[in-house]
Design a protein around this ligand. Structure first.
Ligand SMILES: CC(C)(COP(=O)(O)OP(=O)(O)OC[C@H]1O[C@@H](n2cnc3c(N)ncnc32)[C@H](O)[C@@H]1OP(=O)(O)O)[C@@H](O)C(=O)NCCC(=O)NCCS
Length: 148
């Protein structure tokens, strides 16, 4: 059974392995530690099964908006519903906080992730040109709005 629980420091080594396998510019272990210890705006969750971390997601709570910072699923467990569980976890927290919406940036070429976001009602709201430093790729800005 897969559980969605709060991210804890002890999860970071496994998270870092997923991070490296999913992103060309991975966050460091230190970056995750700082988020958990020092950032009062941060909300992070993991998908866990039998002590194994399958994926994680996070957002910054900025005023009445949720800014999704990352979402990733271990390559061996992708397209099996884990990303959906994580996104549901983030949306539930956003709704508990009465946010007006959720936003994120995603690489133009990352169709898998865009498909996941669209499934949850995110729409394209703009482009940040050359946002990604490694390739100069554009970011698509997506928003999901909540109706109160
Ligand atoms: C994007 C990501 C988090 C999705 O997680 P996941 O566990 O694979 O997602 P799910 O199995 O819950 O699938 C949800 C939806 O995502 C989309 N999706 C997932 N895998 C896909 C694939 N291989 N091709 C196309 N769409 C895909 C589909 O819309 C899917 O819905 P469907 O099953 O009805 O087709 C995962 O692919 C990942 O970790 N990618 C690498 C990291 C990354 O790019 N993160 C996003 C940064 S902005």
């Amino acid at each position: 059974m897969i559980k969605i629980i709060s991210m804890k420091e002890e999860h970071i080594p496994q998270i870092y392995e997923i991070e490296k396998s999913c992103f060309t510019i991975p966050w460091s272990k230190d970056a995750f530690e700082k988020e958990l210890k020092e950032n009062p705006l941060a909300y992070y969750i993991v998908a866990e099964s039998k002590g194994n971390i399958l994926g994680y997601a996070g957002m910054w709570k900025i005023a009445d908006e949720g800014h999704i910072t990352n979402i990733a699923v271990h390559p061996d467990f992708q397209h099996q519903g884990v990303g959906t569980l994580l996104m549901q976890g983030i949306i539930e927290e956003a709704q508990r906080n009465h946010f007006i919406g959720l936003t994120l940036e995603v690489r133009e070429s990352n169709i898998k992730a865009q498909n996941l976001y669209k499934k949850f009602g995110f729409v394209n709201e703009g482009i940040r040109k050359g946002y990604y430093q490694d390739t100069g790729e554009n970011a698509v800005i997506m928003w999901k709005y909540f109706k109160e």
